[in-house]
Ligand binder design. Structure first.
Ligand SMILES: Nc1nc2c(c(=O)[nH]1)N[C@H]1C(S)=C(S)[C@@H](COP(=O)(O)O)O[C@H]1N2
Ligand SMILES: [Mo]
Length: 260
């Protein structure tokens, strides 16, 4: 039981205290070069998906903060300006011709413009984003609950995962550039705080933070929160994507279930 109480969130908070950084700030560089903290984080990674699921309960909410606790802009990380040609064209007209396509194991595949998404019921939440590198930011996110979109497209019985396909590519290898992608299970997809965000701190979501649409999965680490969402698919297996581990970073060794 002791082991289970060692959540990644408490490690991150501990790291912040140790470095005397303000508790609610962006802890830039706190852990990125500290191998001890890094090792501890990787130990926390070994908590299994099933154990974390049991502990979390399906609808427990991540902590939400007050506006006064937003102390700085959300620190852009990873890709901050995709070079993809289609993306550049969409960005040039402020994403007016962007369409979010949802397909795969659904009864009613559909696509949504940004205006349509903005017209749907929205949710705003002030939450803390924890990056595996050891920094955190508190920010206010506004978007459409993913559950509402799932209700529209109606996943079929075999659907187990939601896969987010992104516009940005991460590196050039022999096989060409690799697109960022991520995935979550339906329990997280339907969680009340899981939103496709188009707003950040009362402004339109900036390109550096994932415009036009990025997912918030508040009970998991930052790398789960795909930015620059190109399309979404409902699937029964993750094997067809990348190396089959469910995400760009998962294919490079990170845990698929990155519970905090
Ligand atoms: N498409 C895409 N999504 C991404 C990334 C990325 O490089 N590309 N980086 C991830 C990581 S590691 C983090 S910490 C967050 C950073 O989000 P931010 O730039 O809004 O802070 O986005 C995540 N989602
Ligand atoms: Mo991250």
């Amino acid at each position: 039981m002791t082991r289970l109480t060692l959540s990644r969130r408490s490690f991150l908070t501990g790291a912040a205290v140790a470095s005397t950084a303000p508790l609610a700030g962006c802890f830039d560089g706190v852990a990125s070069r500290d191998s001890t903290i890094r090792d501890v984080l990787e130990t926390a990674n070994s908590l299994t998906y099933r154990v974390q699921r049991m502990l979390l309960g399906s609808d427990d909410l991540a902590r939400e903060y007050s506006p006064s606790e937003i102390r700085q802009p959300q620190r852009p990380n990873g890709t901050t300006n995709p070079g993809d040609v289609d993306y550049r064209q969409l960005a040039a007209d402020n994403f007016a011709s962007y369409r979010l396509k949802i397909s795969g194991l659904v009864e009613k595949p559909a696509q949504f413009s940004l205006d349509e998404l903005r017209a749907m019921p929205s949710r705003t939440q002030i939450t803390r984003h924890d990056c595996v590198e050891g920094w955190s930011c508190i920010a206010k996110w506004t978007g459409v609950p993913l559950a509402a979109l799932l209700d529209e497209v109606r996943p079929t019985a075999p659907a187990r995962f939601v896969v987010f396909d992104c516009f940005d590519t991460m590196e050039n290898g022999f096989a060409g550039p690799i697109r960022y992608y991520e995935s979550i299970d339906l329990a997280d997809a339907r969680h009340p705080q899981t939103i496709l965000a188009y707003g950040l701190n009362d402004q339109a979501l900036p390109v550096s933070n994932g415009a036009p649409l990025r997912v918030r999965v508040e009970r998991q680490l930052g790398y789960k929160m795909a930015k620059y969402i190109r399309k979404i698919a409902l699937v029964d297996s993750l094997s067809a994507y990348g190396q089959g581990n469910g995400g760009y970073w998962e294919d490079r060794g990170y845990e698929w279930f990155a519970g905090i």
